[in-house]
Design a protein around this ligand. Structure first.
Ligand SMILES: [Zn+2]
Length: 310
């Protein structure tokens, strides 16, 4: 792996950790309004020292606010560091450097070289079958359907590559229904078994194929999509759809089917959406070669924010 790639992956992780912390903070603010007030007060404290308030007083005020915040969090069942970013590397906070020196986490990535293929480079490593909770799905048909999907995915991953005759899985359903979680869980499991897995959004794949087409990237960048044991195409339909993207993605999927390689696609589009946006060829591939799993329920992220059962 090249240094630039390692640094890019680290930076993505850092951004993901910070975004997650932001989301968690919004959740706290929605659920405990006083925490929002406290955060606003804390934010203003450094400014107040500039306009001449006593540092002593401000320090003790800030301490009291922080204590109150911790008490509120604990009373509502949250850890005190609930909305603190969780960086993978505590040495460099996923910045890649300690002072002017490269951090040892980057050196380790350069040494192993196969980090990228672990597919876990995008904050997905904690998404496992065990951490997938069915409690966000309404009891009855909804939960039964998701139970069946969960068990299907588990079998697919544990028995990879032969457990399932289908060339792949096609996940569809609205945002926040667990598609990313389960694709990541499959990726983690398959990757741990030693298979090469690539997990990328449809947009990233199209961009890379485009770069290869115009000689801005090496042809090996295209080959990796063709050769990996499992390719996960996330968010098909969210990319900028052009005649080129349609033909590039369809050809890639076709080639993988012909070569007996497995592919998982997740999308907000149902069959008709695929037919409408990508045409007959991809539509018939999905029907013929993929096991189609429809995700149901209500947006889990919204449920968490609104304070449903957690
Ligand atoms: Zn580090």
């Amino acid at each position: 792996m090249k240094l630039n790639d390692a640094l890019r992956i680290k930076t993505e992780k850092r951004i993901a950790a910070m975004q997650e912390a932001d989301e968690r903070r919004s959740e706290l603010h929605a659920r405990i309004p006083r925490v929002k007030e406290i955060d606003e007060l804390l934010r203003d404290i450094p400014m107040r020292s500039l306009v001449g308030e006593s540092i002593e007083d401000l320090r003790s005020e800030s301490e009291k606010l922080n204590q109150e915040r911790a008490r509120l969090l604990s009373a509502c069942g949250y850890a005190a560091d609930y909305d603190t970013p969780k960086f993978e590397c505590p040495e460099c906070n996923d910045g890649g450097y300690c002072g002017l020196k490269l951090c040892k986490c980057i050196k380790a990535m350069l040494a192993t070289g196969n980090y990228q293929e672990s597919s876990l480079a995008h904050g997905l490593i904690d998404k496992t079958f065990e951490s997938f909770s069915l409690e966000y799905y309404a009891e009855g048909r909804e939960r039964e359907q998701m139970e069946a999907i969960l068990s299907n995915c588990k079998k697919y991953a544990e028995g990879f590559p032969d457990a399932n005759k289908a060339a792949g899985l096609y996940f569809y359903g609205g945002t926040g229904l667990g598609k990313t979680h389960l694709t990541a869980a499959v990726a983690n499991t398959v990757s741990k078994k030693g298979f090469s897995v690539i997990y990328e959004s449809a947009q990233q794949i199209v961009d890379t194929l485009d770069a290869v087409r115009f000689n801005r990237a090496d042809v090996s960048e295209r080959k990796k999509y063709e050769a990996c044991s499992l390719l996960i195409i996330d968010d098909l339909g969210a990319e900028f759809i052009t005649q080129y993207s349609i033909s590039a993605l369809t050809s890639l999927i076709d080639l993988r089917i012909v070569n007996g390689k497995k592919t998982i696609i997740s999308s907000n589009l149902d069959h008709n959406g695929i037919k409408k946006h990508y045409g007959e060829r991809l539509y018939s591939r999905l029907l013929g070669e993929f096991r189609v799993l429809q995700f149901v329920g209500k947006d889990i992220r919204m449920q968490k924010i609104k304070g449903g059962n957690n």
